[in-house]
Ligand binder design. Sequence first.
Ligand SMILES: [Zn+2]
Length: 284
Amino acid sequence: MTGPILNNKKKNKSKYIIIAIIACVLLIAIIVTAVIVNDSKKEIEEQSKPNEAVEQNIGEDIQETEEDASSDNKQDESTPAEENSVQETEQPKTDEENTTVGGYIEGQPEPTEPTYIDGVLIANKKHPLPSDFAPGENKEARAAFEDMAQDAKAAGFELVAFSTYRSYEYQETLYNNYVNRDGKENADRYSARPGYSEHQTGLAFDVGEKGKEDLWLTSEFGETAAGKWLVENAHKYGFILRYPEGKENITGYMYESWHFRYLGVDLATKVKESNLTLEEYLGI
Ligand SMILES: [Zn+2]
């Protein structure tokens, strides 16, 4: 009797081994599937993250921008004093949520005049500029920047304004390139559509540190001593950090540690002390 019992035990043993092997194979299959799914998820996430790739590529555009800026720096018409709130009244605020795409008002017609609110020239996703609005780099803003750069140098940083005035046409080329590369939805988060860029006002200065070109157009610049010095001191020269961190839903743009807007010392100081974005400060 011992023989058959042993045999049975052996059979049972091999059964268990087969079951164990099948279980192992299934387990491995599940793990492999999970890894593959996770990987493709990561890929998708990375594709929808424009930042790093963009920053590298923008570097290439900077040269062009500089050329563009200097060639367009011809005439500097002084800012018209009269206010123009036509844009304001034409866009009912209640409809905004239904009609905005990426912060823009879909189908918004090109304006004939730039918008001034409380005497401040506005260019944002709700208030575009006419395509023929081409003031060039603002001379007062440039002089203020040079003052600021001089004081920054004394503090140990050499500041560079690597992109200032951009024409409508140049912005058009820039934006279309980004759309072709990253898609419209992504491009809208970091690049303005033509007519909507604050750089067309001649009052926006993209600032970086000389010798640290790899940090130009990155959020890391905001963490450098130079970036911090700017945030603390720019208003004394009339500039504000225009797109602060965490205000994307208000300004329409993600955090830009490098983008400064000239408002004049008075207003820049008030805006800085209010801790508000320009949109919030002006109530637009
Ligand atoms: Zn900028």
